[in-house]
Design a protein around this ligand. Sequence first.
Ligand code: CP
Ligand code: NVA
Length: 304
Amino acid sequence: MNKDLITIRQLNVKEIDEIFALTARIKKTPGRFSRTLQGKSLAMIFQKPSNRTYVSFSVGMFELGGHALYLGPEHINLGVRETVADVARTLSRFVSGIVLRTFAHQTVLDMAEAASVPVINGLSDYSHPCQALADIFTIKERFGKVKGLTLAYVGDGNNVCNSLLYAASKLGLHMRVATPKGYEPDQELMRLVLESARATGARIELLRSPQDAARNADVLYTDVWTSMGQESEFKKRLRVFKTYQINARLVSLAKKTCLVMHCLPAHRGDEITDEVIDGKHSVVFDQAENRLHVQKAVLVKLLK
Ligand code: CP
Ligand code: NVA
Protein backbone atom coordinates (compact mmCIF):
# COMPACT_ATOMS: atom_id res chain seq x y z
CA MET A 1 0.00 0.00 0.00
CA ASN A 2 1.01 3.63 -0.42
CA LYS A 3 2.17 5.55 2.64
CA ASP A 4 -1.16 7.42 2.84
CA LEU A 5 -4.88 6.88 2.28
CA ILE A 6 -6.00 9.96 0.38
CA THR A 7 -8.56 8.59 -2.10
CA ILE A 8 -9.85 5.15 -3.09
CA ARG A 9 -8.31 5.82 -6.49
CA GLN A 10 -4.86 5.01 -5.15
CA LEU A 11 -5.89 1.54 -3.91
CA ASN A 12 -5.86 -1.45 -6.22
CA VAL A 13 -8.37 -4.29 -5.94
CA LYS A 14 -5.90 -6.55 -4.15
CA GLU A 15 -5.28 -3.89 -1.51
CA ILE A 16 -9.01 -3.32 -1.03
CA ASP A 17 -9.55 -7.08 -0.65
CA GLU A 18 -6.72 -7.25 1.89
CA ILE A 19 -8.23 -4.39 3.90
CA PHE A 20 -11.61 -6.16 3.90
CA ALA A 21 -10.07 -9.52 4.90
CA LEU A 22 -8.30 -7.87 7.82
CA THR A 23 -11.45 -5.92 8.71
CA ALA A 24 -13.41 -9.17 8.94
CA ARG A 25 -10.76 -10.70 11.24
CA ILE A 26 -10.61 -7.61 13.45
CA LYS A 27 -14.41 -7.43 13.66
CA LYS A 28 -14.66 -11.11 14.62
CA THR A 29 -11.80 -11.25 17.11
CA PRO A 30 -10.95 -7.70 18.23
CA GLY A 31 -9.11 -8.98 21.30
CA ARG A 32 -6.42 -10.54 19.15
CA PHE A 33 -5.42 -7.07 17.97
CA SER A 34 -5.43 -5.32 21.34
CA ARG A 35 -1.66 -4.72 21.29
CA THR A 36 -1.05 -4.41 17.56
CA LEU A 37 -0.37 -0.65 17.72
CA GLN A 38 0.96 -0.54 21.26
CA GLY A 39 2.94 2.63 21.93
CA LYS A 40 1.74 4.35 18.75
CA SER A 41 -0.08 7.67 18.67
CA LEU A 42 -2.40 9.10 16.04
CA ALA A 43 -2.95 12.85 15.60
CA MET A 44 -6.45 13.69 14.40
CA ILE A 45 -6.81 17.16 12.92
CA PHE A 46 -10.40 18.30 12.47
CA GLN A 47 -11.26 21.53 10.71
CA LYS A 48 -14.93 20.48 10.53
CA PRO A 49 -17.25 18.82 13.04
CA SER A 50 -17.45 15.03 13.34
CA ASN A 51 -19.11 12.30 15.32
CA ARG A 52 -18.36 9.00 13.52
CA THR A 53 -14.89 9.81 12.19
CA TYR A 54 -13.65 11.28 15.44
CA VAL A 55 -15.07 8.62 17.72
CA SER A 56 -14.29 5.62 15.51
CA PHE A 57 -10.64 6.62 15.02
CA SER A 58 -10.25 7.38 18.74
CA VAL A 59 -11.83 4.13 19.87
CA GLY A 60 -10.08 2.23 17.08
CA MET A 61 -6.63 3.37 18.23
CA PHE A 62 -7.50 2.57 21.85
CA GLU A 63 -8.68 -0.93 20.93
CA LEU A 64 -5.46 -1.54 18.98
CA GLY A 65 -3.38 -0.61 22.02
CA GLY A 66 -2.49 2.85 20.78
CA HIS A 67 -3.57 6.37 21.54
CA ALA A 68 -5.30 9.17 19.61
CA LEU A 69 -5.15 12.93 20.06
CA TYR A 70 -7.89 15.31 18.96
CA LEU A 71 -6.64 18.54 17.42
CA GLY A 72 -9.52 20.88 16.65
CA PRO A 73 -9.47 24.19 14.81
CA GLU A 74 -8.60 26.01 18.03
CA HIS A 75 -5.47 23.88 18.58
CA ILE A 76 -3.70 23.92 15.25
CA ASN A 77 -5.34 26.66 13.20
CA LEU A 78 -3.98 24.94 10.12
CA GLY A 79 -2.39 27.23 7.55
CA VAL A 80 -2.92 30.32 9.71
CA ARG A 81 -0.84 29.77 12.83
CA GLU A 82 1.70 27.83 10.78
CA THR A 83 1.85 26.28 7.34
CA VAL A 84 0.33 22.89 6.57
CA ALA A 85 3.80 21.56 5.74
CA ASP A 86 5.26 22.73 9.07
CA VAL A 87 2.40 21.13 10.97
CA ALA A 88 3.04 17.90 9.03
CA ARG A 89 6.77 17.96 9.73
CA THR A 90 6.27 18.68 13.42
CA LEU A 91 3.61 16.04 13.97
CA SER A 92 5.77 13.49 12.13
CA ARG A 93 8.31 13.83 14.98
CA PHE A 94 5.66 13.03 17.61
CA VAL A 95 3.15 10.56 16.20
CA SER A 96 2.91 7.50 13.95
CA GLY A 97 0.03 8.72 11.79
CA ILE A 98 -2.22 11.67 11.02
CA VAL A 99 -5.94 11.80 10.25
CA LEU A 100 -7.04 15.01 8.61
CA ARG A 101 -10.56 16.32 8.07
CA THR A 102 -10.47 19.52 6.09
CA PHE A 103 -12.01 21.63 3.32
CA ALA A 104 -9.77 21.79 0.22
CA HIS A 105 -8.50 18.41 -0.92
CA GLN A 106 -5.16 20.03 -1.73
CA THR A 107 -4.62 20.47 2.03
CA VAL A 108 -4.66 16.67 2.46
CA LEU A 109 -2.22 16.30 -0.44
CA ASP A 110 0.09 18.98 1.02
CA MET A 111 -0.04 17.35 4.45
CA ALA A 112 0.78 13.92 3.00
CA GLU A 113 3.65 15.26 0.97
CA ALA A 114 5.31 16.98 3.90
CA ALA A 115 4.61 14.30 6.52
CA SER A 116 6.98 11.38 6.88
CA VAL A 117 4.20 9.39 8.60
CA PRO A 118 0.98 8.08 6.97
CA VAL A 119 -1.79 10.62 6.39
CA ILE A 120 -5.39 9.38 6.28
CA ASN A 121 -8.05 11.53 4.67
CA GLY A 122 -10.85 11.83 7.21
CA LEU A 123 -12.96 13.78 4.65
CA SER A 124 -12.17 16.61 2.29
CA ASP A 125 -14.51 18.53 0.00
CA TYR A 126 -13.48 16.05 -2.72
CA SER A 127 -13.48 12.66 -1.08
CA HIS A 128 -14.25 10.51 1.95
CA PRO A 129 -12.40 7.24 1.38
CA CYS A 130 -12.89 5.75 4.88
CA GLN A 131 -16.64 6.12 4.43
CA ALA A 132 -16.66 4.37 1.05
CA LEU A 133 -14.55 1.50 2.39
CA ALA A 134 -16.97 0.99 5.30
CA ASP A 135 -19.94 1.21 2.91
CA ILE A 136 -18.59 -1.36 0.47
CA PHE A 137 -17.65 -3.64 3.36
CA THR A 138 -21.26 -3.33 4.62
CA ILE A 139 -22.65 -4.21 1.17
CA LYS A 140 -20.33 -7.23 0.99
CA GLU A 141 -21.38 -8.39 4.44
CA ARG A 142 -25.05 -8.25 3.45
CA PHE A 143 -24.92 -9.66 -0.08
CA GLY A 144 -21.74 -11.75 0.09
CA LYS A 145 -20.49 -9.89 -2.99
CA VAL A 146 -20.20 -6.49 -4.58
CA LYS A 147 -19.52 -7.16 -8.27
CA GLY A 148 -22.60 -7.06 -10.47
CA LEU A 149 -24.86 -5.33 -7.90
CA THR A 150 -26.39 -1.94 -8.67
CA LEU A 151 -26.08 1.03 -6.32
CA ALA A 152 -28.31 4.05 -6.93
CA TYR A 153 -26.96 7.26 -5.43
CA VAL A 154 -29.60 9.99 -5.21
CA GLY A 155 -28.79 13.61 -4.35
CA ASP A 156 -25.64 15.71 -4.41
CA GLY A 157 -22.60 14.60 -6.42
CA ASN A 158 -20.36 15.31 -3.43
CA ASN A 159 -17.31 13.89 -1.61
CA VAL A 160 -19.17 10.74 -0.50
CA CYS A 161 -20.54 10.17 -4.01
CA ASN A 162 -17.04 10.67 -5.47
CA SER A 163 -15.51 8.04 -3.21
CA LEU A 164 -18.29 5.56 -3.90
CA LEU A 165 -17.73 6.10 -7.64
CA TYR A 166 -14.03 5.32 -7.33
CA ALA A 167 -14.80 2.19 -5.31
CA ALA A 168 -17.62 1.04 -7.60
CA SER A 169 -15.57 1.43 -10.76
CA LYS A 170 -12.72 -0.62 -9.30
CA LEU A 171 -14.90 -3.37 -7.91
CA GLY A 172 -17.36 -3.91 -10.77
CA LEU A 173 -20.27 -2.41 -8.85
CA HIS A 174 -22.76 -0.73 -11.19
CA MET A 175 -23.58 2.77 -10.03
CA ARG A 176 -26.30 5.17 -11.12
CA VAL A 177 -25.99 8.72 -9.86
CA ALA A 178 -29.10 10.91 -10.02
CA THR A 179 -28.45 14.60 -9.36
CA PRO A 180 -30.03 17.91 -10.32
CA LYS A 181 -28.31 19.75 -13.16
CA GLY A 182 -25.15 21.43 -11.94
CA TYR A 183 -24.66 19.06 -8.99
CA GLU A 184 -23.01 16.18 -10.85
CA PRO A 185 -19.81 14.60 -9.54
CA ASP A 186 -16.50 16.18 -10.51
CA GLN A 187 -15.88 15.96 -14.28
CA GLU A 188 -12.24 14.93 -14.17
CA LEU A 189 -13.11 12.31 -11.55
CA MET A 190 -15.82 10.96 -13.89
CA ARG A 191 -13.25 10.58 -16.65
CA LEU A 192 -10.99 8.54 -14.36
CA VAL A 193 -13.90 6.52 -13.02
CA LEU A 194 -15.18 5.64 -16.49
CA GLU A 195 -11.69 4.61 -17.51
CA SER A 196 -11.33 2.20 -14.61
CA ALA A 197 -14.93 0.99 -15.05
CA ARG A 198 -14.10 -0.13 -18.59
CA ALA A 199 -11.64 -2.62 -17.14
CA THR A 200 -14.03 -4.08 -14.55
CA GLY A 201 -17.33 -3.94 -16.45
CA ALA A 202 -18.93 -1.60 -13.91
CA ARG A 203 -21.72 0.40 -15.57
CA ILE A 204 -21.53 3.97 -14.32
CA GLU A 205 -24.40 6.26 -15.32
CA LEU A 206 -25.24 9.88 -14.58
CA LEU A 207 -28.99 10.50 -14.56
CA ARG A 208 -31.46 13.23 -13.65
CA SER A 209 -34.32 11.08 -12.47
CA PRO A 210 -34.17 9.50 -8.98
CA GLN A 211 -36.84 7.04 -10.16
CA ASP A 212 -34.75 5.85 -13.11
CA ALA A 213 -31.81 5.41 -10.78
CA ALA A 214 -33.75 3.54 -8.12
CA ARG A 215 -35.56 1.10 -10.41
CA ASN A 216 -34.49 -2.45 -9.55
CA ALA A 217 -31.43 -1.26 -7.61
CA ASP A 218 -29.80 -3.40 -4.91
CA VAL A 219 -28.70 -0.40 -2.87
CA LEU A 220 -30.20 3.09 -2.48
CA TYR A 221 -27.75 5.63 -1.11
CA THR A 222 -28.08 9.27 -0.19
CA ASP A 223 -26.23 11.96 1.74
CA VAL A 224 -27.06 15.45 2.97
CA TRP A 225 -27.97 18.04 0.33
CA THR A 226 -25.77 20.64 2.03
CA SER A 227 -22.32 19.45 3.01
CA MET A 228 -20.12 21.00 5.67
CA GLY A 229 -18.76 24.27 4.33
CA GLN A 230 -21.80 24.93 2.09
CA GLU A 231 -24.07 26.24 4.84
CA SER A 232 -24.71 29.55 3.04
CA GLU A 233 -26.37 27.58 0.20
CA PHE A 234 -28.70 25.68 2.54
CA LYS A 235 -31.96 27.36 1.48
CA LYS A 236 -31.20 27.21 -2.22
CA ARG A 237 -30.24 23.57 -1.97
CA LEU A 238 -33.49 22.71 -0.17
CA ARG A 239 -35.32 23.95 -3.28
CA VAL A 240 -33.00 22.39 -5.84
CA PHE A 241 -32.95 18.92 -4.25
CA LYS A 242 -36.60 18.76 -3.13
CA THR A 243 -37.46 15.85 -5.42
CA TYR A 244 -34.25 13.95 -4.64
CA GLN A 245 -35.52 12.36 -1.46
CA ILE A 246 -35.32 8.69 -0.52
CA ASN A 247 -38.84 7.97 0.65
CA ALA A 248 -41.10 4.91 0.69
CA ARG A 249 -42.22 5.54 -2.90
CA LEU A 250 -38.65 5.54 -4.17
CA VAL A 251 -37.78 2.45 -2.12
CA SER A 252 -40.74 0.63 -3.66
CA LEU A 253 -39.06 0.92 -7.08
CA ALA A 254 -35.90 -0.84 -5.93
CA LYS A 255 -35.49 -4.56 -5.34
CA LYS A 256 -37.44 -6.03 -2.42
CA THR A 257 -34.11 -7.01 -0.85
CA CYS A 258 -32.58 -3.55 -1.29
CA LEU A 259 -30.42 -1.85 1.29
CA VAL A 260 -30.89 1.80 2.15
CA MET A 261 -27.65 3.54 3.02
CA HIS A 262 -26.62 6.95 4.33
CA CYS A 263 -23.20 7.96 5.61
CA LEU A 264 -24.79 10.11 8.36
CA PRO A 265 -25.36 12.66 9.77
CA ALA A 266 -28.83 12.65 8.19
CA HIS A 267 -31.20 15.54 7.78
CA ARG A 268 -34.36 13.58 8.41
CA GLY A 269 -37.27 14.81 6.33
CA ASP A 270 -34.96 16.30 3.68
CA GLU A 271 -32.86 13.76 1.76
CA ILE A 272 -34.43 10.79 3.57
CA THR A 273 -37.68 10.25 5.46
CA ASP A 274 -37.89 8.95 9.04
CA GLU A 275 -39.91 6.04 7.79
CA VAL A 276 -37.13 4.90 5.45
CA ILE A 277 -34.09 5.59 7.61
CA ASP A 278 -35.75 3.75 10.50
CA GLY A 279 -37.26 1.10 8.22
CA LYS A 280 -36.34 -2.50 7.51
CA HIS A 281 -34.10 -1.78 4.51
CA SER A 282 -31.89 0.68 6.37
CA VAL A 283 -28.35 -0.35 7.35
CA VAL A 284 -27.12 3.12 8.31
CA PHE A 285 -25.89 2.13 11.77
CA ASP A 286 -24.11 -0.93 10.39
CA GLN A 287 -22.27 1.46 8.08
CA ALA A 288 -21.39 3.62 11.06
CA GLU A 289 -20.18 0.62 13.07
CA ASN A 290 -18.13 -0.66 10.17
CA ARG A 291 -16.23 2.63 10.09
CA LEU A 292 -14.59 1.42 13.29
CA HIS A 293 -13.62 -2.01 11.99
CA VAL A 294 -12.48 -0.89 8.53
CA GLN A 295 -10.42 1.99 9.92
CA LYS A 296 -8.75 -0.32 12.44
CA ALA A 297 -7.67 -2.44 9.47
CA VAL A 298 -6.41 0.67 7.65
CA LEU A 299 -4.52 1.78 10.77
CA VAL A 300 -2.88 -1.63 11.12
CA LYS A 301 -1.91 -1.66 7.43
CA LEU A 302 -0.45 1.85 7.50
CA LEU A 303 0.94 2.32 11.03
CA LYS A 304 2.24 -1.10 12.03
N1 CP B 1 -20.05 9.83 8.13
C1 CP B 1 -19.19 10.62 8.81
O1 CP B 1 -18.04 10.81 8.40
O2 CP B 1 -19.68 11.13 9.96
P1 CP B 1 -19.03 12.30 10.83
O3 CP B 1 -19.09 13.55 10.00
O4 CP B 1 -19.86 12.36 12.06
O5 CP B 1 -17.60 11.93 11.12
N1 NVA C 1 -21.09 15.19 2.36
C1 NVA C 1 -21.08 15.34 3.79
C2 NVA C 1 -20.57 14.09 4.44
C3 NVA C 1 -20.54 14.11 5.93
C4 NVA C 1 -19.96 12.86 6.51
C5 NVA C 1 -20.22 16.53 4.16
O1 NVA C 1 -19.15 16.71 3.56
O2 NVA C 1 -20.62 17.30 5.03
